[in-house]
Design a binder for this molecule. Structure first.
Ligand code: SF4
Length: 317
């Protein structure tokens, strides 16, 4: 995950909860993609702070650093080395066809595409394959990158020696949570998020402004829960009251103000254990950096072993 700052509810239900669940099934590696973040932010001091904020959110959400190393990409030089070697195994035409690149250029209004954007999935391939990743939990937009990783792994194995697995993309079941403004996705740049660190008061204030069914203007008007993002939040975070909310909305008996307040309270309750954990880590910064350094040491050891195999296979030893 790229360190873009504090995480929001969309990150929690779209990625983090899935990662936590996978911890029991797999040996996870959790990478803070600070090199990747340089494609859109060259301020490294800000990136460091964002990395720490993000790490605190991961830990608060239940990532267990004893089971799953957490580490910054920039602290393990092998990522850069393998990226370079992999860049010889893929054509620029293939990378230019990457649909995720096209989407990113359009969504972020990027006028001049830097090499870092084009090579983004090549670096990502190095991130995955350094740890011989077999399963990559991703959102739909990242599936093309996993496909490029598979192609690079195949190419390397055929050219040199069978070293890398061909990883599979694992899509999350509840991949996207809409933003408060009704956009399909919660995102920091759109300013439509509920942060994991928001207080109950902040959550209530944000929810007050949430977009609902535009045809339901006042209590008594029948509404359409299926097109309302507040209802989507109820479905995810308040499942037991869903039939009641749907019926009240449809009949008009439930007003949007009450429905949003109820939703906000459930979100605040859902996030309460995470907020508590966050507060602990925020007041123990040394514990957080020790966790990071431990994860970096463990990840580096694995990355070094893989690079020894790669150099040996390529006769670069
Ligand atoms: Fe949405 Fe609730 Fe209003 Fe229905 S009552 S439109 S579900 S906020």
């Amino acid at each position: 995950m790229r360190p873009t700052g504090k995480l929001h509810l969309g990150h929690l239900v779209g990625a983090l909860e899935n990662w936590v669940a996978l911890q029991g099934e797999f040996q996870n590696y959790h990478l803070i993609a600070d090199y990747h973040a340089l494609t859109t932010n060259l301020d490294t001091a800000e990136l460091y702070q964002n990395s720490i904020d993000m790490l605190i959110d991961w830990l608060a959400a239940g990532i267990d650093p004893k089971k799953s190393p957490v580490f910054r990409q920039s602290q393990i030089k092998e990522h850069a080395e393998l990226h370079l070697l992999f860049s010889m195994l893929i054509t620029t035409a293939r990378l230019e066809r990457n649909p995720t690149l096209k989407e990113q250029v359009r969504d972020l209004n990027i006028e001049n595409v830097i090499y870092g954007h084009l090579g983004y999935p090549v670096l990502q391939s190095a991130d995955i394959l350094l740890y011989k990743g077999e399963v990559v939990p991703v959102g739909e937009d990242q599936v093309p990158h996993v496909e490029i990783t598979r192609e690079i792994a195949r190419r390397f194995n055929a050219q040199y020696r069978e070293i890398f697995p061909e990883p599979e993309a694992r899509l999350t079941k509840f991949a996207r949570l809409p933003g408060l403004d009704g956009n399909m996705k919660m995102s920091k740049s759109a300013g439509n998020t509920i942060l994991l660190s928001d207080s109950p008061e902040e959550i209530r204030a944000k929810m007050k402004k949430a977009v609902t069914d535009p045809l339901k203007i006042r209590k008594g008007d029948p509404g359409r829960p299926e097109i309302c993002l507040v209802f989507t939040y109820h479905q995810k975070l308040n499942p037991t009251e869903v039939p009641e909310v749907a019926a009240g909305c449809r009949s008009g008996a439930l007003g949007c103000v009450d429905c949003k307040l109820n939703g906000a309270n459930h979100i605040a309750e859902y996030l309460a254990p995470i907020r508590e954990q966050r507060a602990h880590f925020e007041s123990h910064p040394k514990e957080v950096t020790a966790i990071l350094h431990d994860g970096e040491t463990r990840a580096r050891n694995v990355a070094r072993e893989t690079m020894t195999e790669v150099r040996d296979a390529m006769k670069l030893g």
